[in-house]
Design a protein around this ligand. Structure first.
Ligand code: HEC
Length: 326
């Protein structure tokens, strides 16, 4: 709150300083009516002075000087040169203060500090510059690994794809690209990459974890269970969580045949245990259930806030039957 006030104050001050030169001073000399006369006299003298000689010329010149002096105060002031420096300075200060306050006062995630964040960003930039300069697979891998650790996934993808261009058989790059594709929702491509990677290097725990997640998302429970079990075998660290996932997949695989359990497992979270609605709209008595083709389409492809729910043909049929009776 205080920081916002300060920021506004500095912004206004900066704007004031920046715009002040533009207002400029008002002309301090109101023009007296005689000015026109004097100017006319002066121009007549200027024309004639060349033709005059001796004493007359001296007098004319003296009068011209007098006229010049009298006119001095009334000449329109020289236009003040616009000086961009103070404007730029003031705007710069306002901007710096704004950015500074913004960076330091925004709420942050627990454990996140701007200092370490900036150090990490610098480290990452150095790694990426080196990798782009040398183009060596080792440097690209170092960049990709660090970006992946720091969850800067676009950069990780860029680095690992670059590795694959140089060394298409690099297992780490194949696996990581597979994981990144999975995170991006590109399940088919992700599956291809991850299956190749896990075949080549079955000891890589993270590959099994994500392959399991992927099968689970596709509704292939036995495959998901097998992949997660491999994860535990090779010593994956998230033991408890994965054991929980396996139990859930088992329950779904068993109950998967009747429509009610499919609904409980895959839809109830959003549409309510009895289809009474929740995050998603009410399904009980919903006229759309009389159009099973439409429901099938929504379930398999998703719609708006609803993600696609991949289901096998059998499960889907059972689910549609169940829904028709809701
Ligand atoms: C992650 C939450 C979520 C899950 C899981 C989910 N839905 Fe939905 N569903 C929604 C939301 C949100 C909408 C509204 C979508 C829109 O139209 O924007 C919706 C819409 C629908 C509609 C269209 C309703 C209408 O009146 O237009 C149907 C039918 C439907 N869901 C069926 C299902 C079925 C069957 C399942 C399980 C296989 C399921 N949903 C799983 C969130 C979910």
């Amino acid at each position: 709150m205080m920081a916002t006030l300060f920021f506004l104050l500095f912004l206004l001050l900066g704007l004031y300083l920046a715009l002040r030169p533009l207002w400029g001073p008002k002309d301090p000399f109101p023009e007296p009516p005689r000015r026109e006369e004097l100017l006319r006299e002066l121009s007549v003298l200027q024309e004639e002075v060349g033709a005059l000689e001796g004493e007359e010329k001296k007098l004319a010149l003296a009068r011209m000087v007098e006229l010049e002096r009298a006119l001095e105060g009334w000449r329109p002031p020289e236009p003040r040169a616009f000086n961009p420096l103070p404007v730029a300075l003031a705007l710069g200060v306002a901007l710096l203060l704004g950015v500074g306050l913004w960076r330091y006062t925004l709420p942050r995630l627990p454990g996140e500090t701007t200092v370490t964040q900036r150090a990490e960003a610098r480290e990452l930039r150095a790694l990426s510059q080196k990798a782009k300069r040398t183009g060596a697979v080792e440097d690209l891998l170092a960049w990709g690994r660090r970006a992946y650790e720091l969850q800067v996934y676009e950069e990780a993808a860029e680095a690992y794809l670059e590795v694959l261009k140089k060394d298409p058989k690099n297992v780490e790059a194949v696996r990581r690209v597979g994981i990144l594709l999975f995170m991006g929702g590109r399940l088919e491509e992700a599956q291809m990459f991850l299956e190749i990677a896990q075949h080549a290097d079955p000891k890589a725990a993270e590959g099994w974890l994500f392959l399991g997640n992927l099968y689970f998302q596709k509704g292939q429970m036995p495959e998901a269970i097998a992949a997660w079990e491999r994860y535990l075998e090779v010593g994956g660290e998230a033991r408890e969580r994965v054991e929980g996932l396996i139990a859930m997949a088992r329950a779904q695989a068993q109950g998967g045949r009747d429509g009610k359990s499919v609904f409980q497992a895959r839809c109830a979270l959003c549409h309510g245990a009895q289809g009474e609605g929740g995050l998603g709209p009410k399904l009980q008595g919903n006229p759309i259930l009389k159009a099973p083709e439409a429901v099938r389409e929504i379930v398999l492809k998703g719609r708006g806030q609803m993600p696609p729910v991949p289901l096998g043909e059998e499960e889907l049929k059972a689910l549609l039957d169940y829904l028709a009776g809701l």
